[in-house]
Design a protein around this ligand. Structure first.
Ligand SMILES: NC(=O)c1ccc[n+]([C@@H]2O[C@H](COP(=O)([O-])OP(=O)(O)OC[C@H]3O[C@@H](n4cnc5c(N)ncnc54)[C@H](OP(=O)(O)O)[C@@H]3O)[C@@H](O)[C@H]2O)c1
Length: 304
């Protein structure tokens, strides 16, 4: 008797050139047929185009990472933030509905105002303090009102070897200090904010945890983050102690760095829900960071 051929489920990833998009494409490629789409394939703000592309692939799952992610630019270009993060997400949701695909929408820790005294749960009240956070929260509402089978995954403080993130900015700034110090003979010293606390998480870990959620066919809102929460200052200290130990760091307040967008001081995400449903694969941030720097640290230092 002939064996029936097992056809892998098809996953379509929007924002496939982004930090998380790349990690998802790589993570799902072993057991799924993966289609990664970029802005060149379809601009998510174009309802007809994104619908055409999703319909032509007929995926079972759409992992929607495409977004206007520059938090300060969102403050200046608020119409674009709403167009990409809210309307664009609605377009993706409606396209999913047309082909009966499950939607996974990546949202943000910035839906919270940061005034809580501990890490945020999925059930906590949202109250974004900037345009980016508001536009992503509107994206969440669009997913829920579309009545598509949806998982909303809130994440924050992502780092990866690709794209722009805090880890790479710290390495770049510290490397510059070392070069300047060489010329002046002074000790390299970097100021880092010590009043922002969050849960830095490697994009690769988010991708692996997302795969687990898909396999278990969950719906609703989930927080995915490494633990425990940590000050930006301490996170930067560990990065530099590993990569550029000659650089000393000095704590400072967020008010010393003027930015267009206000940021919540605490945006840590708690994974109690994952834990209670026996789904939690997340690691301590120090373990992930250690592995990440061993794999990518030297190359990043050369490149930046
Ligand atoms: N980074 C973080 O710390 C963080 C924290 C919380 C939540 N998130 C959420 O996680 C998701 C992934 O973040 P990320 O850091 O991977 O973002 P990213 O590196 O900035 O990637 C986002 C991707 O979306 C694409 N994109 C933007 N506008 C588009 C449009 N109109 N049509 C099609 N594609 C478009 C971008 O393409 P171009 O390069 O062509 O612009 C980019 O490749 C986002 O939804 C973000 O809101 C991120």
């Amino acid at each position: 008797m002939q064996k029936a051929e097992i056809v892998p489920h098809k996953v379509l990833v929007t924002g496939a050139n982004g930090q998380l998009g790349r990690a998802l494409v790589s993570q799902f490629s072993d057991l799924y047929e993966v289609v990664g789409i970029t802005r060149k394939d379809a601009d998510i703000t174009d309802k007809i185009e994104i619908s055409r592309v999703i319909s032509s692939h007929r995926p079972q799952y759409v992992l929607h990472t495409a977004a206007f992610t520059n938090v300060d630019r969102c403050e200046i270009e608020s119409e674009k933030a709403a167009l990409v993060n809210s309307i664009g997400t609605e377009n993706v949701a409606l396209a999913c509905k047309a082909v009966n695909a499950k939607l996974v929408y990546f949202s943000t820790d910035f839906v919270f105002d940061g005034t809580k005294s501990r890490a945020y749960l999925e059930t906590d009240r949202t109250n974004p303090v900037n345009t980016y956070g508001r536009s992503k929260l509107e994206g969440e509402s669009k997913c829920l009102s579309s009545r598509v089978d949806t998982v909303i995954i809130r994440i924050g403080w992502i780092y990866s070897e690709n794209g722009s993130n805090f880890l790479k900015k710290i390495l770049a700034a510290a490397k510059k200090k070392v070069e300047t110090a060489r010329a002046t003979g002074e000790k390299p010293c970097l100021k880092v904010v010590s009043d922002q606390i969050g849960t830095p998480t490697w994009a690769k870990d988010i991708a692996a945890q997302t795969k687990k959620l898909i396999e278990r066919n969950v719906s609703g809102i989930y927080h995915i983050a490494s633990f425990p929460e940590v000050l930006r200052f301490e996170f930067a200290r560990v990065i530099l102690a590993t990569m550029l130990p000659d650089v000393t760091i000095e704590p400072c307040s967020s008010s010393e760095f003027e930015t267009e967008a206000k940021r919540p001081l605490r945006s840590s995400l708690c994974c109690e829900k994952l834990e209670s449903e026996n789904l939690n694969m997340m690691r301590p941030w120090k373990d992930s960071l250690d592995e990440f720097l061993k794999l990518h640290g030297k190359q990043l230092l050369n490149e930046i």
